[in-house]
Write a protein that binds this ligand. Structure first.
Ligand SMILES: Nc1nc2c(c(=O)[nH]1)N[C@H]1C(S)=C(S)[C@@H](COP(=O)(O)O)O[C@H]1N2
Ligand SMILES: [Mo]
Length: 328
């Protein structure tokens, strides 16, 4: 058992996945403490290494399933690159609540119960409320969009998302004028999410935020599907954010709460490593990460190297957001 968890530790050190925070002495101590704890857990037979048994999953309701595949939105029907193969995208995922191993996220998500699933919207708005995800799909309707996706680790993909604009949900709750920021929070269910048990030094649940004008930008999308069907767990089922002009970590998965607030909230990665990840996190080939260049990126699947585009190629849609010397 000890050997097993030691191996995990060595892999974590060596392969240095960029978003893995360089462990400070404090977090290293916490990590070692956790390792001891996870050895106990593994000994008890429910460790983080083995894929959990699949949860009994209530099915997607038939009428919601019939919304797929949704009509392709004319404004988002073309890209400058080929779509990534579905099986490639589905086996290369960042979703630390499930696993830090990109290739194992899918299997490590088998215990996450996806239905019923609601999003609570609260804070500075006229009509706060709790919304069932299937009901939102029925009411708002779904569209498909082809988007580029650029991870801060310098890999990228291009995928067809299905969902609806975040602005449509904001319209329903009617934010007050003072609601300048939108904070989004993922689930906290250690019993269903192996990574929340084994990577205990992270401040779960995962949280992110946008400025209200970014959240209202037409590109900001709540995805419930990918490749013409509901999201599989590894892509952030049953509903996740997609903000394609920003680095991938802003596109928070499996959202359970949205808060409308007056001041800039912290975000998961900028709180963990403020010198490496900022609040805006807009894709910019001229601004290197402290530990690597952002000038180019590698398309997963094909391995093609491409020059990274400012705002990930969405300048036309978002440059105005950052025109007045606001950080971008
Ligand atoms: N809740 C949550 N959301 C998350 C992450 C995560 O670890 N947890 N990883 C982010 C990162 S770094 C990226 S690149 C994208 C990856 O999305 P994909 O697996 O669908 O490609 O999800 C983002 N959303
Ligand atoms: Mo990422």
């Amino acid at each position: 058992m000890l050997i097993r968890s030691r191996r995990r530790w060595e892999i974590a050190e060596r392969d240095a996945t960029p978003e893995r925070v360089y462990l400070s002495s404090i977090t290293r101590r916490a990590f070692l403490g956790t390792t001891a704890a996870s050895v106990a857990v593994i000994a008890a037979g429910c460790g983080g290494d083995e894929a959990p048994p699949a949860a009994r999953q209530p099915p997607v309701p038939a009428d919601v399933l019939r919304l797929y595949p949704a009509a392709l939105s004319p404004r988002h029907a073309r890209l400058d690159r080929r779509l990534t193969a579905e099986r490639v995208a589905a086996r290369h995922n960042n979703f630390y609540e499930l696993s830090e191993d990109k290739e194992r996220v899918a299997e490590m998500g088998a215990a996450l119960v996806l239905r019923p699933w609601t999003i609570e919207v609260r804070g500075l708005c006229v009509r706060p409320g709790t919304f069932d995800v299937d009901a939102l799909c029925r009411e708002i309707g779904l569209e498909e969009r082809l988007y580029r996706h650029r991870c801060v680790e310098a890999w990228s993909m291009a995928v067809p998302w299905t969902g609806f604009a975040l602005s449509k949900l904001l319209d329903k709750v009617q934010p007050y004028g003072g609601a300048d920021y939108v904070r989004l929070v993922s689930f906290h269910r250690p019993s269903q999410a192996p990574g929340q048990r084994t990577s205990r030094w992270y401040p779960w649940p995962y949280y992110e935020a946008l400025r209200m004008d970014e959240a209202r930008n037409q590109l900001a999308f709540l995805a419930t599907g990918i490749y013409g069907h509901p999201l599989p767990v590894q892509h952030g089922a049953p509903i996740r954010l997609v903000v394609p002009w920003k680095y991938g970590f802003k596109s928070i998965k499996s959202i359970v709460r949205i808060e409308l607030v007056a001041t800039e909230p912290g975000t998961f990665w900028s709180d963990l490593a403020p010198n490496e990840y900022g609040f805006a996190a807009n894709v910019d080939p001229r601004v290197p990460h402290p530990r690597w260049s952002q000038a180019t990126e590698r398309m997963i699947g094909t391995g093609e190297r491409r020059r990274t585009l400012h705002y990930n190629g969405y300048e036309q849609e978002v440059t105005h957001l950052y025109a007045r010397s606001r950080s971008g």
